[in-house]
Design a protein around this ligand. Structure first.
Ligand code: C2E
Ligand code: MG
Ligand code: MG
Length: 266
């Protein structure tokens, strides 16, 4: 117990210093349109270049960042950096196909009273058009924020920002309310996509989620696509977008830029 309490305290101390020491990095994973076959955007994914422990994944530190509230400051950095990078790419590549940067928003960040102003300020200072930003929230963000969630989501949507539900199917969802939120995209969790070959019940669940989304006028992004077979299945279901190791793992900004230049088609 003593050892684990000490490790936690150490992690918290390191985390507090990480922003000032510029230890956070963003990796970018492409999102591919199945209509055009090309990359339409990226999801920004946080990494921590820890001075002793090397490159850490979000699962190693985001839970503690959430518990301690540090996620608000870190999340703000993520938003700013992702918008800055996207605007730089848009200016540099003048590419019309590069449309969206997706950023994950945690429950704590979402319930900040000044969230709207903060995001407005970030868009203003980076010069990124609001319609190029997509925010990913989980079902728990809506459930835990009640009526305030509806107001905040509407304000974000009115600014022109796209809203998507991340990890759809894994959380507690109020299906009856889904249509009343200004959500444009459902992201099917990769736990449904990954065992596609192994489990035919997953195929049915995926089909149901795609149908649900389409009936509600939403688009679908399938996460965790790793094989050609999964891609074909999703194409046949008329799923709009796909993301996963089959196309590319999350990349640092240089490698992501090389991928934009390569202009691959799937
Ligand atoms: P997520 O938003 O659902 O992101 C997708 C995760 O799936 C990423 O893990 C990505 O690397 C992984 N992934 C993508 N394609 C595949 C695939 O084909 N196979 C497999 N096995 N995995 C795949 P990552 O980067 O470790 O992020 C984990 C989670 O951490 C994210 O899940 C998100 O919930 C959270 N996260 C990441 N960055 C941020 C951030 O800036 N803010 C907040 N609040 N949460 C973040
Ligand atoms: Mg996400
Ligand atoms: Mg997800």
């Amino acid at each position: 117990m003593y050892k684990s309490a000490l490790a936690r305290l150490q992690l918290e101390t390191d985390l507090r210093r990480a922003i000032e020491r510029f230890e956070f990095r963003l990796f970018y994973q492409p999102i591919v349109s199945l209509t055009s076959g090309s990359i339409i955007g990226f999801e920004a994914l946080l990494r921590w270049q820890h001075p002793e422990r090397g490159l850490l994944n979000p699962t190693d530190f985001i839970p503690l960042a959430q518990e301690t509230g540090l996620i608000v400051k870190i999340g703000n950095w993520v938003l700013h950096e992702a918008c800055r990078q996207m605007q730089a790419w848009r200016v540099h590549y003048r590419s019309n196909s590069l449309k969206k940067i997706s950023v994950n928003l945690s429950v704590k960040q979402f319930s900040q009273p000044d969230l709207i102003e903060q995001i407005g300020q970030i868009l203003h200072s980076t010069g990124l058009d609001a319609c190029c930003l997509a925010l990913e929230i989980t079902e728990s963000v809506i459930v835990e924020n009640g009526d305030v969630a509806t107001t905040t989501l509407s304000q974000l949507r009115n600014m022109g920002i796209e809203l998507s539900i991340d990890d759809f199917g894994t959380g507690y969802s109020s299906l009856g309310c889904l249509h009343s939120f200004p959500i444009s995209v459902l992201k099917i969790d990769r736990s449904f996509i990954n065992p596609i070959a192994a489990n035919s019940r997953n195929l049915e669940i995926i089909e149901i989620i795609v149908t649900l989304a389409h009936k509600l006028g939403m688009d679908v992004i399938a996460e965790g696509v790793e094989t050609k077979q999964q891609l074909t299945f999703l194409r046949n279901l008329r799923c709009e977008y796909v993301q996963g190791y089959f196309f590319s793992p999350p990349l640092d900004s240089l490698a992501a830029a090389a991928l934009i230049t390569a202009n691959l088609q799937w």
